[in-house]
Design a protein around this ligand. Structure first.
Ligand code: X2X
Length: 333
């Protein structure tokens, strides 16, 4: 991993003499892992950030990206970024919530009406509350959250128009207590699976359905193994760009400024990419055979209320976080 850090106890001249090629390696050689295909805007913008960081740090910081679950699924990467085996990771809010429960606050069903509400909350007090909680786990969360998107449901069983159509539906959800609870509340049979397993689980009909934002359905080619897409906008989901806390603390201040500046700027551009994609992705997926339908969100909300979903999660997140969310989106339960 970091050659100079490993040999930090040796006299510098000794290293240069013994290991001339290593001496030219970056001072901080860092690994970033994520769960998305290389073509997703998250990877495109992360590579730009890595290039900018290499340039601005004059080669002192090198970030190598491992996309598409190359280093294991989300659960593995979360463990690795905690231990220091990985330096950076971008878990969805749903996924980091297995470690930092309040991080799922943005994923409360049907909370956000639009992106204005999303970024006001996540760049404001809701985001600050979550970042502080992530910090307590010895992880550093960069300020700007990256966009995953509004989650939509796809199925090979037919269109979902109202909550009734979800009865007993075998649907894959991320490994996240909130997702499982929400889809149980809607009357479905959710299975928590890592994203690395989704395509084959759909292909082999272990599950009939899944839910994800349209850009993911596109880049992960889920349209190949699904027939219908029901536009439900049931959860807004984003990625926290996080760093191992010990690594982050060990970076000199000037390098922290360079790294954070590049990553936060890239995140803002990535949000714009998703916004643009949102304008074209439905037409593209239609042309590939996915059949779209609108849904009746009121039927889902009513079912969730009836199931006690909002009351339960208000209790689990606590009054402070719930209050911050409601001040951004209005009364929820
Ligand atoms: O696993 C998913 O569904 C994904 C890609 O949206 C997340 O990272 C939560």
């Amino acid at each position: 991993r970091n050659v100079l850090r490993q040999f930090g106890a040796l006299p510098a001249a000794g290293i240069a003499a013994a290991l001339p090629t290593f001496a030219r390696a970056a001072e901080f050689s860092l690994k970033y892992g994520n769960n998305l295909p290389l073509t997703h805007p998250l990877n495109v913008r992360a590579q730009e950030a890595a290039d900018r960081i290499a340039k601005e740090s004059k080669g002192r910081v090198e970030i190598k990206i491992f996309p598409n679950n190359q280093l294991g699924g989300d659960t593995d990467m979360l463990a690795q970024v905690r231990s220091g085996g990985l330096d950076f990771f971008t878990p969805s809010a749903l996924v980091i919530a297995t470690l930092v429960p309040v991080a799922a606050i943005n994923a409360v069903g049907f909370a956000f009406g639009d992106y204005n509400q999303v970024w006001t909350a996540m760049d404001g007090k809701v985001g600050a509350h979550v970042r502080a909680a992530i910090g307590k786990m010895r992880l550093y969360a960069f300020e700007k959250m990256w966009d995953n998107g509004f989650r939509q449901m796809t199925s090979s069983r037919g269109p979902i128009a109202t909550a009734k159509d979800m009865d007993g539906l075998k649907i894959r959800v991320p490994v996240s207590p909130l997702s499982v609870s929400m889809f149980k509340g809607l009357g479905a049979s959710p299975a928590g699976l890592q994203f690395s397993e989704v395509y084959s689980a759909l292909q082999t009909k272990i599950v009939d359905a899944q839910e994800n934002p349209l850009p993911i359905i596109q880049v992960a080619k889920l349209f190949e193994v699904q027939k219908n897409c029901s536009l439900s906008n049931h959860i807004w989901d984003g990625f926290w760009f996080i760093a191992n806390g010990r690594m982050w603390d060990s970076l000199p201040a000037d390098l922290k400024t360079i790294v954070a500046g590049a990553i936060n700027d890239a995140g803002m551009k990535q949000r714009e990419d998703i916004k643009k994609l949102n304008e074209t992705v439905q037409a593209d997926l239609s042309s590939k055979g996915l059949q779209f339908n609108k849904t009746s969100p009121d039927s889902f909300r009513a079912k969730l209320r009836e199931a006690g979903f909002y009351g339960e999660w208000k209790g689990r997140f606590g009054d402070e976080a719930w209050g911050l969310l409601e001040s951004a989106v209005g009364k929820l339960a």
